[in-house]
Ligand binder design. Structure first.
Ligand code: HEM
Ligand SMILES: [Cu+2]
Length: 574
């Protein structure tokens, strides 16, 4: 059987690219960036409406644009980019040909078709059902069918990824266990299969209902199964962006994981416990018992949170160790001060890590506590939390990886290096302010997904305190800063990839499987695919990171208890 075995070696990193894989990674990444561009334009419209002083869109357009923003960002941008990451982690990091490129293309085109179909349905105007599309709200059949086709495409991509792992093993392109970054990608892909199955279980009947073949969808059942899909898909994102953190730490610093076993076990915890945490989306729902809610959102969820905290400790820990080995040894934080803060791959990754942990993580645990949940349920606190996780955490990490991929994968120079240097700060810090002010306004009771907090013309009005209005305005200002940061990323990425200066590198050559691998690897390739010690070295070798972790813990505990105190004032009993 003729199989495509054209490989090239990147001269500056030593990474080995299979021709078919390279093309697929490029196309998936570009499709993701196009969705981000579209979703970003919609973000501007949504933000300018919720900033009450501007109050841009009328209600029908607000809900339409909000639906399209959520889907293009959280589904189309993120998943296209994740497929690119999966192919990279399997084919490039294992020096291995991609299994069945034809199937991979079929998956890609199905995803494109699904994304277009879903967007057409939304912009027809009869599918403004929000990202969650809760039944009995109904959308046009093309809305559900688009999502189903997209999911089938993504499922095919997952199987191509697993197939590639098998090819690598059979053709002995790597020795021993897969590198940690690939292991993280395996975690993401396993969770993805569970996620897509849950999505099928709920969206197929809902599609049949939309065309009139099923006459009733139970709303509680819908929400329960939908969140098995909706929450798990966020765990794919976490597993993927944590893998990207490890990859960037290896690329920029040559950092090796402090302990392979600990990091791998933490990934396993995601697989075992994250899906259960889906219940935190149902804490205010009638019809589910408190026992079930509490079991899922406390015991089970905390094991998943533990895993993220392990990664949050070991990634900077590994960087600290690598920096100290280079001689940045004085005091607790020289390693961090002397980090390459003007390298956008690093600054993106580090802001992503801190923002995800402090803003996304702490607020997530607070919201996920059954009793505390009622303070912020359905308020704008919720989008404040998840913009900290999926935007500062996932999106910013992916942006950081892009700056590495432009020269090595796309073989182009970054067009505007100075812009690249500032972009992560504007986007990341803008998003931190945006999320924080949303959380502030939410704590004061401002509802999420609401067109008008003045309640003008309503029979039953409500007056929010002046601070809430102020917070919404600050949210708008920081949101705009983040949008400018996002635009800088898009201009630079699109500019570099399509019009940037070409980097001349040796082309693809035919390599037979049994010839073994291509030329020797350069330091980057060695670091990103190398293994750390299986158990961490004795004693705590990263004291700076340890101190950071303590600051995190104290903030966590204080914030948690402040909210219990706050809960006691919400509902005075005397
Ligand atoms: C500069 C970037 C962004 C800004 C300024 C922004 C702004 C907003 C605003 C103002 C809302 C409406 C909140 C409400 O009224 O309830 C919203 C909703 C949302 N955003 Fe973003 N966003 C940005 C980027 C992103 C990204 C990158 C993602 C995903 C990766 C994302 C996912 C969502 C989702 C899922 C919703 C909820 C939609 C729904 O309620 O159905 N956003 N965003
Ligand atoms: Cu969740």
């Amino acid at each position: 059987m003729a199989v495509n075995r054209m490989f090239r070696t990147c001269p500056s990193t030593g990474l080995v690219y299979h021709e078919a894989a390279e093309k697929l990674i490029r196309w998936n990444a570009v499709a993701g960036v196009v969705a981000l561009l579209f979703g970003g334009i919609l973000a501007l419209l949504v933000t300018a409406t919720r900033w009450q002083a501007i109050h841009l869109l009328p209600p029908d357009w607000f809900y339409l644009v909000l639906t399209a923003h959520g889907l293009n960002m959280l589904v189309f941008w993120i998943i296209f980019f994740e497929i690119a990451v999966l192919y990279f982690a399997a084919s490039v990091l294992l020096k291995c040909r991609l299994a069945t490129p034809r199937w991979a293309w079929a998956g890609f085109w199905l995803m494109i078709l699904g994304a277009l179909m879903n967007n057409v349905a939304v912009f027809r105007g009869d599918s403004s059902v929000m990202f969650t599309s809760y039944a009995p709200m109904g959308a046009h059949p093309a809305f559900y069918l688009g999502l189903i086709l997209f999911a089938v495409g993504a499922l095919i991509a997952c199987f191509v990824f697993f197939g590639t792992l098998v090819v690598g093993r059979n053709e002995k392109t790597y020795n021993g266990s897969v590198p940690l970054v690939t292991f993280g990608a395996v975690t993401a892909a396993i969770i993805a299969v569970f996620t897509i199955a849950s999505g099928a279980i709920i969206l197929i009947p809902t599609f049949l209902w939309s065309v009139g073949l099923v006459d009733h969808i139970d709303s509680l059942m819908y929400r329960t199964v939908w969140w098995a899909f909706g929450h798990s898909s966020q765990q794919i994102n976490v597993a993927a962006h944590v893998s990207v953190w490890y990859a960037i730490a290896a690329i920029v610093f040559g950092a090796k994981p402090m302990s392979e076993k600990v990091s791998r076990t933490a990934f396993l915890l995601y697989i075992c416990f994250l899906q259960l945490a889906s219940a935190h989306h149902l804490l205010a729902d009638p019809g589910l018992t408190s026992n079930w809610k509490i079991f899922n959102t406390s015991y089970a969820m905390y094991l998943a949170v533990l895993a993220s905290m392990v990664h949050g400790l070991t990634v900077p820990g590994a960087i600290e160790v690598a920096q100290r080995e280079k001689g940045f040894n004085s005091g607790l934080f020289e390693w961090l001060r002397k980090a390459p803060w003007s390298n956008p791959a690093f600054s993106s990754m580090f802001i992503s890590l801190i923002g995800f942990g402090f803003l996304g993580g702490i607020s997530g645990v607070m919201m996920g506590t059954e009793q505390l949940n009622l303070i912020i349920h359905n308020t704008i606190y919720v989008p404040g939390h998840f913009h900290a996780t999926v935007v500062i955490g996932t999106t910013l990490a992916f942006m950081g990886l892009t700056y590495f991929l432009i020269p090595t994968l796309f073989r182009r120079e970054v067009m505007f290096p100075a812009m690249a240097k500032w972009q992560p700060y504007l986007f990341g810090l803008g998003m931190c302010g945006f999320s924080l002010f949303m959380m502030g306004a939410g704590t004061l009771g401002v509802p999420r997904r609401h067109w008008d907090i003045s309640f003008a013309g309503n029979a039953l009005g409500h007056e929010f305190p002046g601070t809430a209005w102020l917070m919404m305005a600050l949210m708008g200002i920081f949101g705009l800063a983040a949008i400018v940061g996002g635009a800088m990323y898009l201009i630079n990425t699109v500019g570099s990839v399509f019009f940037g200066k070409k980097i001349e590198t040796p082309g693809f050559v035919h390599v037979k499987a049994k010839d073994g691998a291509a030329p020797p690897w350069q330091p980057v390739a060695v670091a990103i695919t190398g293994h750390g010690p299986s158990i961490g070295t004795a004693g705590f070798v990263a004291p700076g990171t340890f101190l950071l972790a303590m600051v995190f813990l104290i903030s966590f505990v204080l914030y948690y208890f402040v909210n219990w105190k706050y809960l006691s004032t919400v509902w005075p009993l005397s």
